[in-house]
Design a protein around this ligand. Structure first.
Ligand SMILES: [Zn+2]
Ligand SMILES: [Zn+2]
Length: 150
């Protein structure tokens, strides 16, 4: 099977509308288009922000993503040189999505917020070079030592 077919196969498990929200329920979202990418990020920043060894997220077109509820944002400069904004529930602190100023047409939604997480399949591992020593990155279609250039 070609790489492209494998990627499409992973993503096709998620059919819109895709809904989710934070732990306390104040923040909910709905996404009306299918994801274009999904990844496990093993970078040190995601580890520190999440409290776990990696985070899992799927990327959807920003214009089809609708969120309701109070949020707070955390901004940091990524290795790419672009600012990355992570949006959290203002009440419980759950990370809901992140967006890079270098790719504002996409939002990267954390898979742990899905109402039905059974449909999530990661296409890739990114920042495998920074992966925690106590885990083996889950099997995916493609692995990147750092973040691939879009
Ligand atoms: Zn919340
Ligand atoms: Zn990361």
């Amino acid at each position: 099977m070609e790489l492209r077919d494998k990627i499409i196969g992973q993503l096709s498990a998620m059919t819109p509308p895709i809904s989710g929200g934070c732990l306390c329920g104040d923040v909910t979202y709905i996404c009306r288009e299918a994801p274009v990418w999904s990844a496990n990020c093993h970078c040190r920043s995601c580890q520190a922000l999440s409290g776990g060894p990696f985070v899992s997220a799927f990327s959807v077109p920003a214009q089809c993503f609708n969120l309701t509820g109070g949020t707070v944002s955390f901004r940091r400069n990524a290795e790419s040189g672009y600012e990355v904004v992570t949006t959290h529930c203002a009440n419980c602190g759950s990370r809901v999505y992140a967006q890079s100023k270098g790719a504002t047409h996409l939002v990267n939604v954390f898979a742990t917020t899905l109402d039905d997480a059974s449909c999530f399949k990661p296409v890739s591992n990114v920042y495998v070079s920074e992966a925690a020593h106590w885990i083996d990155p889950p099997e995916t279609v493609i692995n990147f030592a750092k973040m691939p250039q879009a």
